[in-house]
Design a protein. Sequence first.
Length: 149
Amino acid sequence: MKCPYCDSVNTSVTDSRPTDGDTAIRRRRTCDVCGKRFTTYERVEHTPLIVKKKDGSRQSFDRDKVMTGILHACEKRRVPLDEIEKIVSDIENALSNTNDKEISSTMIGEYVLENLKHLDDVAFIRFASVYRSFQDVDSFMQEIEKLIK
């Protein structure tokens, strides 16, 4: 594994443990050249999923895009990174377990919203405001009222 700091290929694994419900292995590594530590993850490679966007275009599923969207929604909230990573893994697993090779971006957004609803109300509203593109205050208030009930 190449060191992200000095590009040396001489690194050593100092710790390995299962993560994400035993679906991945987290490895702590130390560079033998510069001595800095970094983390890598090993996951099973699934058949690539294709995401069909609202405009009809298609692209490969990108776990990092889902992670980035959730991180933005949870910004300045006390949401543990482990919880966010678990949500992303759960969504990825749910999508992989469908027999569909093509997933709509709407389905992914709904999975994110469902998980955020149980995690943090403010993050849920933030994500919903971008995902659902509220056109006015009334539609925004309706979503908040649904959350309160």
